[in-house]
Structure formats: structure tokens, C-alpha cells
Design a protein around this ligand. Sequence first.
Ligand code: CP
Ligand code: NVA
Length: 299
Amino acid sequence: MTRHFIGFKDLGPEHCHKVLERAREMKATGYRGKLLDGKVIAMIFEKASTRTRLSFEVGIRQLGGQTIFMTPAESQLGRSEPLRDTARVISRYCDGMVVRTFGQEKLDELMQYGSLPVVNALTDQGHPCQVLADILTIYERDRDLSRVRVAWIGDGNNMANSWMEAAVYFPFELSLACPSGYEPDPALVRSYQAAGAKIFLTQDPKQGIAGANYVNTDVWASMGQEAEQREREKAFKGFCVDEALMALAAPDAKFMHCLPAHRGEEVSEGVLEGPNSIIFDEAENRLHAQKAILEWIFS
Ligand code: CP
Ligand code: NVA
């Protein structure tokens, strides 16, 4: 059966932990392999990327494979060729697809019409590769995730959704502080809570951050929401993770951000560049986490 990685549900409880541990091991040993020898992975990106593109391209090479990077601008995707046709064409040449796109339904279409493994490299609904890398960043500091409290301060966006999904499979507590009107979908929250995730919601960033060991934020306007920037700046007033807010977290709490960051908006320069910021470990861990995902898919 073809394995896809659209979210943590695909890994399920057993493989979530195995892949996390494998990623830790791959990082520790600087793992290189031949698993993808002779394989070509199509990287289909409809949005900009630095980390995701580079970490996948490097990781696939380190596993012996090759990549082809494709965007709508230089392919027929940008000239309205249906995705279902593209999916079937790519399936005749390649061995897998890593896809960054807008609606999650596009991944469904690629899986339905294509015959290759599909990896979610960010959609409007989720960014599971980033969150797995972030959990690895926590796990290498705190092996017992059941003792960890994670705070999400800001937009109830794709990253927030993936954190909530991850909380079903990993035992950390997750508190999300989002401004009114920018909370995650309540039905999604309820379904994850019903599945066992320890998720708490508030509109007060001070309450959300209280006692957190790891404090996460993200841009207020995600890719595709640029026109809402001004309106969002007003709505997110008080949600900047600065020194005063960080002082309410647990002693020695770490600051996390998937990057790219907007200094002076969702995070102060001092916190982003401060001694407790672990943002570049998160960026590095994209490589290790994704290699472990690829190994789970292709082995
Ligand atoms: N964090 C992340 O996904 O970064 P890029 O948009 O640069 O890939
Ligand atoms: N929420 C951000 C994450 C970028 C990695 C976005 O979708 O633009």
C-alpha cells in the first residue's frame, strides 16, 4: 500500500514515536543511505519556500535520491492544466511527490489520481513536517513529552492545526492563545480533544503562555493572506511574543518559530535573537525529521 504523509494521522500512534526516535538517531549519526537510490522525487511548490525546499532536496540526496523542482510559473500547472492530469503524468516518471500548495483538497486530488506517495510540505490547513521537526527539537531537550507544556501564541493557522493534530499522538499539553476571530476551527479542536489531545484555548496571550516550557508563534498573515496584513496587525495587538510575555512562561522557557519571522510583529528582536531562542535548531531538524518520514514511506 502506498504510504502518504499528509498529517500525523498517517503515521498513527505507533509510527509517530518510531519516526521521531529515528529522526533523533539519524541526526546523531549524520545518517546517509541508499534507500532512494535511483528514485526521483517531484517537488511541486505553489508557494515560496527556503527551508522546506532545501531540507527536502538535501535530505533526498542524502538518502541517495534525486529531485525535480516544479512551480506553476514554469509548468503547465500555471496555465490551468488540471491537477488530476498532472498527477497521472508525474506518476509515469517519478517515485514520489513533495507538495506545497493552498487547499488541502489538492493533496487529496494528487493522491486520488496519482499512484505515488505524497508528502505534505505545507497547505493552508497544515504543516506537519515543520511540527514533527519542532517536536524533535523539544524531544532532544525533554525526552518525557508528557511533562512538556507547549504554548501557541498568535494565529489559529496551518501551524496551529498541525500542533493540535500532533497533540493527539504525542503527550504534551498544548495551550493556544489566538485573538477573537482568528481561532482554529472549533470543530477541529473538539475532534482532537475527543481523540485525547490535551488542548486548551484562550484569547489571552498572558494566560496562554503561563507556565509554558516551549513558546511558539508564527507570522500573523500567512502566505496567501498578504492583503489582510494591516487588518491582522490591529487584531493581533498584544500578541507579540516579547520579553514581558516570555517572563510569564516557565523559567528557562524556549522560544520557537517555524520561520520566516517578522521581527517587531509576532516576536521581538530580543526574544528571537535571545539565548532561549531555538529557531535554528528547528530549521535544522526539518532535515532529520523529513529523512525519517521518507524512510518510513519508502522502506
Ligand atoms: N518553515 C518553513 O516551512 O519555511 P519555508 O517557507 O522557508 O519552507
Ligand atoms: N503560517 C505560515 C508558515 C510558513 C512556514 C504560512 O503558511 O505562510
